[in-house]
Design a binder for this molecule. Structure first.
Ligand code: ADP
Ligand code: MG
Length: 216
C-alpha cells in the first residue's frame, strides 16, 4: 500500500488481516461492520493467538467484538452443565447484549451461548445448562447461585472474559469474580476489560488472574 502524503500514517488492518474466518467476515458484513475499530485491531490477533489480554478503552470503542470474535473462533464445545467459555458482566442488560452479539458468531460453529442473571426464574437457565451451553455470559450473583446448586460447573472453562471490571468493582462484585475465576481451569486464557486498569481495585485482578497479559 502506498504511503500517504504524510508518510507516517499506518492504515488499520482489515478484519481479514486480523485472522478472522470468511464465515465471521460474512456475519460482520451482514451487520454493516466492515472495518475494525482500533481496540479490535489491537486485541484480536493477540487473543486469537491464545494470549491473555487486558484492554482499557472508553465506552463505545467496540470492546465487545474485540473479545467476542476471538472467543467464538477458539472456544470448544462444552458438555451438559460444563461451559468452556465464560463472560462476566456487571448488569443483566450488558449480559443480554453480549450474549446477543456472540450468538451469530458461535452459531457458525454450531455452538451456543446463554445469558445468566438474577431477577428471573431459575428454570429456563437450568434447562439451558442441562441441554449444553458452550459459552455462559453471566452476572456474578446468579452464576454463584447456580454453582452452589450444582447446576453449572466451571472447571472446564478455558476462556474467561471479565467485562467492565471497574464497574464490577464499584458494585462490590470483585470477591465473587475472584471466587468464580478460581472455579475455572487454572490454565485458561483470561481477557479483562475496564475503563481503567490502574485502579487499586482492578489491578489485583490483572496481577492474580492473568499471565503476562498484553495490555492495550
Ligand atoms: P464498548 O463495549 O467498548 O462500550 P461496544 O462493543 O458495545 O463498545 O460497541 C459500541 C457500538 O459500536 C456497538 O453498537 C457496536 O455494534 C458498534 N461497533 C463495534 N465494532 C464496530 C466496527 N468495527 N464498525 C462499526 N461499528 C462497530
Ligand atoms: Mg462494553
Amino acid at each position: 500500500m502506498p504511503s500517504s502524503a504524510l508518510g507516517e500514517v499506518t492504515p488499520i488492518a482489515s478484519f481479514t488481516d486480523l485472522g478472522l474466518s470468511p464465515a465471521q467476515l460474512q456475519v460482520l458484513h451482514r451487520r454493516g461492520i466492515t472495518e475494525p475499530l482500533p481496540i479490535q485491531a489491537a486485541i484480536i490477533p493477540d487473543a486469537l493467538a491464545g494470549r491473555d489480554v487486558s484492554g482499557m478503552a472508553p465506552t463505545g470503542s467496540g470492546k465487545t467484538l474485540a473479545f467476542a470474535l476471538p472467543m467464538a473462533a477458539l472456544v470448544a464445545r462444552g458438555l451438559p452443565r460444563r461451559p468452556r467459555g465464560l463472560v462476566l458482566a456487571p448488569t443483566r442488560e450488558l449480559a443480554s447484549q453480549i450474549a446477543a452479539e456472540l450468538a451469530p458468531f458461535l452459531a457458525i460453529r454450531n455452538l451456543k451461548v446463554h445469558p445468566i442473571f438474577g431477577g428471573v426464574a431459575f428454570n429456563p437457565q437450568r434447562r439451558a445448562l442441562q441441554h449444553g451451553v458452550d459459552v455462559v455470559v453471566a452476572c456474578p450473583g446468579r452464576l454463584e447461585d447456580l454453582m452452589r446448586m450444582g447446576e453449572v460447573v466451571l472447571s472446564d472453562v478455558d476462556i474467561a472474559v471479565v467485562d467492565e471490571a471497574d464497574r464490577m468493582a464499584d458494585m462490590g462484585f470483585l470477591p465473587a469474580v475472584r471466587r468464580i475465576l478460581d472455579a475455572t481451569n487454572s490454565r485458561r486464557q483470561t481477557m479483562l476489560f475496564s475503563a481503567t486498569l490502574d485502579d487499586e481495585s482492578v489491578r489485583p485482578l490483572v496481577r492474580n488472574y492473568q499471565r503476562q497479559p498484553v495490555r492495550h
